[in-house]
Design a binder for this molecule. Sequence first.
Ligand code: ADP
Ligand code: ZN
Length: 528
Amino acid sequence: MNARLDARPDAEHLLQHVWGYPAFRGMQRDVVDHVAAGGDALVLMPTGGGKSLCYQIPALLRAGIGVVVSPLIALMQDQVAALEELGVRAAFLNSTLDAATVQDVQQRARRGELDLLYMAPERLLSESGLRLLGQCRIALFAIDEAHCVSQWGHDFRPEYGQLAVLRERWPEVPRIALTATADVPTRQEIAERLLRDGRAFVSSFDRPNIRYRVVEKRDGRAQLLNFIRTEHAGDCGVVYCLSRNTVEEVAAMLAGHGIRALPYHAGLPAAQRASHLRRFLDEDGVVMVATIAFGMGIDKPDVRFVAHLDMPRSIEGYFQETGRAGRDGLPAQAWMAYGLSDVVQQRRLIELSEADDAYKRLSSSKLDAMLALAEAADCRRVRLLGYFDEASGPCGNCDNCLNPPELVDATESAQKLLSCIYRCRQTSGTSFAATHIIDVLRGKRSEKVERHNHHALSTFGIGADLSEQDWRQLLRQLAAQHLVEVDPAHFNVLHLTESSREVLRGARRIHLKRQEPAAAGKRRASST
Ligand code: ADP
Ligand code: ZN
């Protein structure tokens, strides 16, 4: 069937008769009308929000081919297969095709026998790609995953920057840029680089069925195992880790405990990656343990949990990764184990990166926002949505709403901690790491304490009222707020910072979450 045989079908008709859906969702209708009428559009919708229809239907409504730029080869193939199933004339051009198929697709495009043509950006931008498009009638350009255009973003792709050429060569063809993740500066960047007077369509980013949870990392892997066993036995899930090594170790650990866990990272042979991906998509209850190389565009509806063993470096990353949970709308969890090591590790990654200072500053401020979310004692969803400029009220479906942490003023303890760091350094002429500082505070005469004569310090034993966990929590909070610096290049020794003084002066209050006994957490989990 040719979707276009109907005389001048309208949008509703196509939706119902080609896609078989009764009605448009949310902003889809407005976007379709706007683009079909020739307008440029920026569409921000969360993953699973229904972005594809926003360009697919206008492409059928307008004369010519809808050209879709997508960085994701796997996604392209799936989309094209799904469209063909519906009777829409779709094809893709990317590096996986043999020469004969490329010829054939190009022929069909030139003859106007395609409604939608998906292209990888480098293919489109190549001389032959641009030549081909010059020979076709183009209905619109859809630029999927448009946040890749942002130099500051976590998915920057240089080819995306060059897509400005579309606007120059085809000024009369409407462009629609789509993304599931973009904070306000990124939105501006997309609009500036790709669109001309584009209208922005921003839908709610709330994913109410996802429960956000951050737990204090003690033994992250054991906590993860416990989380999966007690709350998600047999469920499909994704576990994100920062390094390839961790991915393999954690996958092996989970598999050793009878969980169907598979590793996925860019360092695995392509065939293995593909087979793990297939199993994840086709089989029930597979837990994919992965680096962030896994997931962009993966559409599996019944992912029941996304777990982070390492904190992502920005809220956008966190939102995008956790957004892979619960796309079917059923309850799902976003679980993260978070500790001081995350603060240190992420700060270090920024420091060591070869980016220029402006980029480092930006990365730093994104990280700080992520840290504030991880440290938050109030509704996580309010913070998350607030980051995307969306106002909301306490959600009732995050850890802090369900179990509001009891906050105690810990300014005085923070002052003790900072003074102790200062005194130890002053007497010994060198800096010390957390374990030692906490020993001194708690009055523990370790071998090292005695060797440095730190039991003679005025700060020795002044912090016996707090547990070691409390001190670590406090320290992590101070580090997250730049009130203490942890130096990973020198055995994680602690330094005071410019802002430490604000705390010492009492100009800045610090709060501590009262630690909940481990058993309470379990009870809560099983009762929901
Ligand atoms: P996104 O690209 O925003 O992640 P998709 O375009 O892949 O989302 O759509 C997500 C799912 O929602 C798909 O399965 C799609 O078929 C479905 N969908 C989209 N729009 C509608 C609609 N108006 N009615 C019913 N289902 C829809
Ligand atoms: Zn909440």
